[in-house]
Design a protein around this ligand. Sequence first.
Ligand SMILES: NC(=O)c1ccc[n+]([C@@H]2O[C@H](COP(=O)([O-])OP(=O)(O)OC[C@H]3O[C@@H](n4cnc5c(N)ncnc54)[C@H](O)[C@@H]3O)[C@@H](O)[C@H]2O)c1
Ligand SMILES: O=C(O)C[C@H](O)C(=O)O
Length: 311
Amino acid sequence: MKVTIVGAGNVGASCADIISYRGIASEVVLLDIKEGFAEGKAMDIMQCATTTGFNTQLSGVTNDYTKTANSDVVVITSGIPRKPGMTREELIGINAGIVKSVAENVLQHSPNAILVVVSNPMDTMTYLALKATGLPKNRIIGMGGALDSSRFKYFLSKALDKPANDVSAMVIGGHGDTTMIPLTRLASYNGIPVSEFLSEAALQQVAADTMVGGATLTKLLGTSAWYAPGASVAYLVDSILNNQRKMIACSVYLEGEYGQNDICIGVPCIIGRNGLEEIVTINLNEAEKELFAKSADAVRAMNADLKSILA
Ligand SMILES: NC(=O)c1ccc[n+]([C@@H]2O[C@H](COP(=O)([O-])OP(=O)(O)OC[C@H]3O[C@@H](n4cnc5c(N)ncnc54)[C@H](O)[C@@H]3O)[C@@H](O)[C@H]2O)c1
Ligand SMILES: O=C(O)C[C@H](O)C(=O)O
């Protein structure tokens, strides 16, 4: 199985590292526009092969899409990250052009690939990739919910003072500081609702910390995060390539689900060898429905900015 990762920056390289180390794919190609950068990252990671013990063949190329031919999955991380104080939405001006051209380029050489969109603002970039390529909706998946859910579980585990792997929880909605929706009502600690252990105020704090999780890290790091984003992409790619059919919150095209049409936004999805296998519809309560509708309005407003680029 072959994976191409476009963008050998922080997220792309971190994702390549995990995919290689865990043997998720037999071949990984890292591509970047910066001369020699992807080659250098690939060489550095490959020099871990004997000490960490993996056999994935990872190579790097400078903008040479012929080397990406026949990829099963293509991950798009190319574009600029935000700086402290910025929102993800402010990246649209530069990233839209990059994502559109990259999606078109990769499909010329890998016409059957499933695209995983990471670049921000991710929901809008996913919508752009779908509209620009005309691919069926099962083959365009935006990664954001996997990361937001892992952060939600992290903050829940801190509040509970219990291991994160004993916590089950999901974030749906847009991948934005104000648009994501941590489903506190449905979160559980080993199958027991977290509300049995945490006060409403504590849960609200966990939700608030989750929503600004990316901004908090951006402030600490001076650029946006990459370890958890890279790991979340690898988790999603693993579910695709190895047909794990995991339920993962992903940004996918909605046609009536959750009361929305013509939008890509985070919802629970079954992810397998065909990419998006199924959108899982859960019964949201009235408050959650209202949050979802508001989140969709915000994502849709951002999508409107794509008009000129899609024209
Ligand atoms: N969806 C998510 O959950 C999530 C998580 C983290 C980061 N991100 C986003 O992912 C993107 C990448 O973040 P990063 O931290 O890796 O940034 P980065 O600056 O470290 O890496 C981006 C790379 O893209 C390359 N690039 C730019 N234009 C290109 C092109 N046309 N073709 C090929 N490569 C190109 C750059 O040279 C750079 O190496 C940002 O937009 C960021 O906001 C999204
Ligand atoms: O916060 C960012 O801008 C990057 C990414 O979307 C994240 O959530 O880490």
